[in-house]
Ligand binder design. Sequence first.
Ligand SMILES: Nc1ncnc2c1ncn2[C@@H]1O[C@H](COP(=O)(O)OP(=O)(O)O)[C@@H](O)[C@H]1O
Ligand SMILES: [Mg+2]
Length: 342
Amino acid sequence: MKQLDPVHSIRNAFHREFWRHWCVALPNWIDLDVAMPLPTIIAVGGGKGGVGKSVISANLAGKMARNSKVLAVDLDIGGANLHTYFGIKTPKLTSSDLLLGSRVDFHDISVPSGIPNLDIVCAGQDFGLDRLNSRAAGLNQIWAGILEAKTKFGYDYVVLDLGAGTASHTIDFFLGAHVGIMSVLPEPTSIENAYSFLRALLWRMIHNVGARMGEESLAHSFAERIFNGEGHGGYSQALLKLKEESPRLVNGVLAGLSGRRLGFVANQIRGQSDIEIAQSMASISKDFFGFNTLSLGYLNYDDSAWKALRNRRLLIQDFPHCLFSRRLDEVLIRLQNAVRMS
Ligand SMILES: Nc1ncnc2c1ncn2[C@@H]1O[C@H](COP(=O)(O)OP(=O)(O)O)[C@@H](O)[C@H]1O
Ligand SMILES: [Mg+2]
């Protein structure tokens, strides 16, 4: 009889646990088949515009495509420009068509990015956010397309390039990732918006967990108490104090916090002191908010970024040895370790 490898079975059990915890914080209208193999989902967010979400998404996806099949999805609805980093024109059909109710399939709108093994789903420029609510039917299709990307089309990784701000659909896509990368610049405005983004993540997570458990109003009152008063010494501590009142709900939120990884990348670094920003944001995220967080490293300010963009070429194609590209290799190693540990 074949001997079971103990390390392998522990790892499998750990994966199953992570997977179960990841699910509890997803919006409750998402139907998940527990047996379905999923792609590894990586979201790039950060709350603020212009912090490098798209340049990181595009180049990270480009690097990952050397060994894996990757789908990059532009979710900056209304402000899309991921395609421009690959030098491709907005295709005729984009996710906006889905969101506007056209009868197209999510995977019919993916196009080759020009990099082998890497396809892209573009978003349109013309979609007013006011027409979108977090339960729009098209959003459901986008979610289904991402979750089925492995089983139907063999993608190993799906990279989600998010828009700025804390709209509920943006926060939900970030929560839908196994690893969420937050890009921060060493500037007060970026730090401020990253902090708001973390607040929005925890707020939304409490509501999503509550909705999955049929405890919407209790979840709402817990969130109000944590964010409006009881949480000034640390939101995670305030959450723990509520455990006596509802162990089930609080344990659900704690599971959600541990079932995904957050990583900070400090972008546009110009000096040694800037580098620490990723580490200090990771500490705040861990200690104050309770997220399972890492510092993924930093990316230098590099003129190659705008030179490549002006040429409408991917930075890692035109300047594979530039400082940005080399630092991104280090981020990728840390990211892959984080995925392995999930
Ligand atoms: N490390 C960097 N060095 C130089 N320019 C950068 C760097 N990161 C981003 N940029 C530039 O900043 C601008 C905004 O980047 P982008 O990725 O589009 O931001 P976001 O998607 O967060 O709105 C782009 O012009 C991009 O080339
Ligand atoms: Mg962008």
